[in-house]
Design a protein. Structure first.
Length: 105
């Protein structure tokens, strides 16, 4: 069991490294702008997928959660991205609001 787990972790590390190394080996000026614009959206897509699953799936059943903190954080994340066009900043602001709302509500 321990060997299988370590092998799985090692393979995941290799896959992660290969995908990132490929991006580092290609010069930035060789990547078309439309691909770069889509790559900038990846953090927002990841954040929205995490938040949307938290909104709709609760206790292994698909229902809308009663707390609106996820929805508020998702809306703030989207609005931040729309106004600033910075995916990383939008994700950080969304996470910050989500954590803050969870602490107070």
């Amino acid at each position: 069991m321990q060997t299988k787990l370590l092998t799985l972790i090692g393979l995941m590390a290799v896959v992660t490294y290969v995908t990132r190394a490929g991006h580092l080996l290609i010069p930035q000026d060789k990547i078309p702008t439309w691909i770069r614009e889509h790559l900038d959206l990846i953090p927002v897509v990841i954040m929205s997928s995490i938040v949307s699953t938290s909104i709709f799936i609760h206790n292994n059943s698909c229902k809308l959660e009663y707390s609106a903190t996820y929805i508020v954080a998702a809306v703030i994340t989207v609005l931040t991205y729309v106004f600033l066009r910075r995916g990383g900043v939008a994700v950080m602001v969304g996470l910050g609001f989500h954590i803050g709302l969870k602490m107070f509500f």
